[in-house]
Design a protein around this ligand. Structure first.
Ligand code: ADQ
Length: 465
């Protein structure tokens, strides 16, 4: 079996995969089975004068190879191009993008440097799987160094429609770079078709049969691979004696009889201020919920050195303070806002103990919280998922209450419907949802991508422009 090389911006410790979640859960087994190597940034920032060295370590048959970033690379590649340009514009938020030539150079430079470090570690039969928007040009840089192994790319965030992509700096270079991969994976059919539309309408591309597309003198496979979760592991975590105790404690401490839960990184794509406004609207429109329902919003900080992120934190703290100031009573706090990461087993218990999962991103590649909420429910008495139609997950999870996250009245009405839904309807919706969550679980995602990559032919290099 070929060795699997995973490349992602951050490298996680696979021995702590279950607790750390994310890509570590998704890839731990595959890395173990295939003598894997995980390559990426170690999360540290060193001064510009410090020489960049590679650190190799080994844990449970998985090797990790990591490098630090120097301050300039961090500012330009990570904060600058990745998080100030690609993240907002790929989430349809051109208004939040800060275009600057230095960060484009930094993004190119770090991709070149990563390609050089990685090329030196490769064996002839390796399969390389590159993750996310930080590394769009990595395969092109590897090809330029003579790497001929199969390389796949998976984009975890949305791919925007052509009209938006046209406003992204260096868009043609980014699009061309994707043609150095053998397989390019997106989360949803919509993302896939956005990419195909851009390439056919703006780059003389041509679709060539099933999932194949030719442009820039090269052909690649493009396909949707909706990411999922480890359903059984998440269910098990939410059904332990400790979880039972945590749920009981939750209700002993509060007057409220129902809980709505939101769990998201503190990111403007997640629609948190609109969500809080919708909850306030619920209390206004349906006063019977006062003293009866609590919104627990758990949002750990992320990317605090990007300006848009500190703004959102302030907005959220202001909003939750205002709602609590207006509606709280001595025995009831309407919004419980927790601004830190919570252990995954506690999250699983909280999902199970909440009557409604409220997942309302303004735009999201997939959104795993929606799937985790479903996986944690009791089959006998399941809760209801209220889900933004702009989360990738909405493509599969049609039996959730799908909402427009910008419309606070609509979300408030959906919340009311969820809180008053009869058990028969809840069970019917849950049965359909859990089937989908199981069908597109993390194993299915990983294996279908890797099978496609294994079977792909080696590409021709794209023309140099
Ligand atoms: P994210 O934007 O990080 O991921 P999401 O899919 O919701 O979004 O995954 C977040 C993960 O972090 C979930 O497993 C969740 O349980 C966990 N998490 C969130 N808040 C937490 C907290 N307070 N404490 C502990 N854990 C917390 C990106 C894309 C998504 C895509 C994923 C996977 O933006 O659209 O679904 O990658 O491809």
């Amino acid at each position: 079996m070929s060795r699997l090389i995973v490349v992602s911006n951050r490298v996680a410790d696979v021995s702590k995969a279950v607790q750390s979640g994310g890509l570590a859960v998704a890839l731990a087994d595959a890395l173990r089975e295939r003598r894997g190597l995980w390559f990426g940034w170690d999360g540290t920032v060193v001064s510009d004068e410090t020489p960049i060295g590679l650190t190799i370590s080994q844990s449970e048959q998985v090797r990790t190879a990591t490098v630090p970033l120097n301050q300039r690379d961090y500012d330009e590649y990570y904060v600058g191009f990745s998080n100030n340009i690609l993240w907002p514009s790929f989430h349809y938020r051109l208004d939040l993008g800060h275009i600057d030539a230095k960060s484009i150079d930094g993004y190119r430079r770090v991709n070149q440097r990563f390609a050089q470090s990685l090329a030196a570690l490769l064996e002839p039969d390796d399969i390389i799987w590159v993750h996310d928007y930080h590394f769009i040009p990595l395969a092109a840089e590897l090809r330029a160094l003579g790497v001929r192994q199969r390389i796949g790319f998976f984009l975890h965030i949305p791919f925007p429609p052509p009209d938006i992509f046209l406003a992204v700096p260096e868009r043609q270079w980014l699009a061309r770079s994707l043609f150095s991969y053998d397989v390019v994976g997106f989360q949803t059919a919509v993302d896939t078709s956005n990419f195909i539309r851009y390439v056919t309408e703006h780059a003389d591309g041509e679709e060539k049969g099933e999932n194949s597309i030719t442009a820039f003198g090269a052909t690649t496979k493009v396909q949707a691979f909706p990411i999922g979760i480890d359903v059984d592991a998440f269910y098990a975590m939410s059904h332990t004696p400790k979880a039972d105790e945590q749920i009981q404690r939750l209700y002993r401490r509060s007057m409220a009889s129902s809980q709505v839960i939101g769990v998201d990184r503190l990111d403007y794509s997640k629609g948190l201020p609109d969500r809080l406004r919708a909850f306030r609207r619920l209390l206004e429109l349906y006063p019977e919920n006062r003293k009866m329902v609590t919104l627990m919003q758990i949002s750990p900080p992320t990317r605090e050195d990007v300006a848009a992120y500190s703004d959102i934190r302030q907005e959220l703290e202001g909003l939750s303070g205002a709602i609590n100031g207006e509606y709280s009573d001595f025995d009831w706090t309407p919004v419980r806002y927790i601004h830190r990461a919570v252990p995954r087993d506690t999250l699983a218990a909280l999902f199970r103990g909440s009557q409604v999962g409220l997942v309302t991103p303004l735009r999201d590649g997939m959104n795993l919280v929606a799937k985790e909420y479903i996986a944690a429910q009791d089959e006998e008495d399941p809760g209801v998922l209220v889900l933004s139609r702009f989360a990738g997950a909405a493509e599969e999870l049609a039996e959730a209450l799908l909402v427009n996250p910008y419309d606070t009245d609509e979300v408030a009405q959906a919340l009311q419907r969820a809180l008053t839904m009869k058990k028969d309807e809840r069970s019917e919706r849950y049965d359909a949802l859990i089937k989908r969550v199981r069908k597109h679980d993390v194993k299915n995602w990983r294996e279908s991508f890797l099978n496609e990559l294994r079977d792909s032919r080696h590409p021709t290099s794209p023309e140099t422009a």
